[in-house]
Design a binder for this molecule. Structure first.
Ligand SMILES: NC(=O)c1ccc[n+]([C@@H]2O[C@H](COP(=O)([O-])OP(=O)(O)OC[C@H]3O[C@@H](n4cnc5c(N)ncnc54)[C@H](OP(=O)(O)O)[C@@H]3O)[C@@H](O)[C@H]2O)c1
Length: 283
């Protein structure tokens, strides 16, 4: 029976420690750390995410500025806002909640965020530097996953890691972080043949596809560490991409949904906002 990797508890600990760091920052530099959160449209899931991020910022002592633009906003409305926030010296971090409405170019809008205010680590500069294993702001979900993996007594060096999903926000960056930790990494996606044969070789399995209970017990190696990134809203409530009840009897460690990667992502966002503020003070 697997041990549960409790993301909620780890995130609470990280946020509690950040409270002190943020308080020390305010005392040292005589100003509050400020995070700008931009939401375009009324996607209900995005509204929940933004609310939780603002709540977490409040908890750790980071000031948040919320900007909500209507669904039918022109691209120029959004780019102008981002440019203003980029120029605003009191703003340490800019977060644009994704996905944006279809008529807006995510690439164009994200590219306007200055790398030093890129709290989500989505800009090409930060993704590039992170991939080069150089100093960078790393995106929050992959960083949260690595924190969870580093919280358990299983060394990553030399392990076979399999990542299912190759998105820019989870699959690709977490694969690079696992590689940096000296794992041998295989990335699977929707065109991967014989996926089960690959996942069965995984000492560490990270699943980020958005398909409820896709990973079944027969796809998992005995004793594997399984991290479930998926958030799926089904008739019976929230569930992950892993069939938790079946896989927990096979894995050595497993992260639950809810209460796993989700809270870690928000804690890491707060950490990134703090790190952005420190960098901007050259501290
Ligand atoms: N907990 C958190 O904080 C957090 C953060 C971000 C995302 N998520 C959740 O994580 C999940 C993935 O998010 P995402 O943004 O990475 O998703 P995404 O951009 O939709 O990408 C999904 C990936 O899964 C692959 N895929 C889809 N069906 C597959 C299949 N049957 N077999 C193998 N691979 C398959 C896709 O392959 P192709 O590239 O070939 O299409 C793609 O690479 C979602 O449930 C999302 O809500 C959670």
């Amino acid at each position: 029976m697997a041990v549960c990797i409790d993301g909620k508890a780890l995130a609470a600990e990280i946020k509690e420690n950040l409270k002190t760091d943020v308080r020390n920052f305010t005392e040292r530099f005589g100003r509050q750390i400020t995070l700008a959160v931009v939401l375009v449209g009324n996607n209900p899931a995005s509204e929940v995410y933004v609310r939780n991020k603002v709540k977490a910022a409040e908890f750790v002592g980071i000031k948040s500025l919320s900007f909500t633009l209507p669904e039918n906003s022109e691209e120029s409305d959004v780019t102008e806002l981002i440019k203003n926030l980029s120029d605003d010296k009191s703003v340490d971090g800019i977060l644009v909640q994704l996905p944006l409405p279809k008529h807006l170019s995510e690439d164009k809008i994200l590219s306007l965020i200055p790398p030093e205010k890129d709290v989500d680590g989505f800009t090409a500069y930060n993704v590039g530097n992170s991939t080069l294993f150089k100093d960078a702001i790393v995106s929050c979900t992959p960083m949260g996953i690595m924190y969870m993996l580093n919280s358990i007594p299983v060394p990553l060096c030399g392990k076979n890691a399999v990542v299912i999903g190759r998105s820019n926000i989870v699959g690709k960056p977490v694969s690079m972080l696992l590689l940096k930790e000296n794992c041998t990494v295989t990335i699977c996606h929707s065109k991967t043949a014989n996926i089960k044969e690959i996942t069965k070789q995984a000492d560490v399995l990270v699943v980020a596809i958005g398909k409820p209970k896709f990973v079944t017990a027969d796809m998992v190696k005995d004793g594997a560490v399984v991290i479930d990134v998926g958030i799926n809203r089904t008739e019976s409530g929230l569930c992950g991409d892993v069939d938790f009840d079946a896989v927990k009897d096979k894995a050595s460690y497993i992260s639950p949904v809810p209460g796993g990667v989700g809270p870690m992502t928000i804690a890491m966002l707060m950490k990134n906002a703090y790190l952005c503020a420190l960098r901007r003070e050259n501290a």
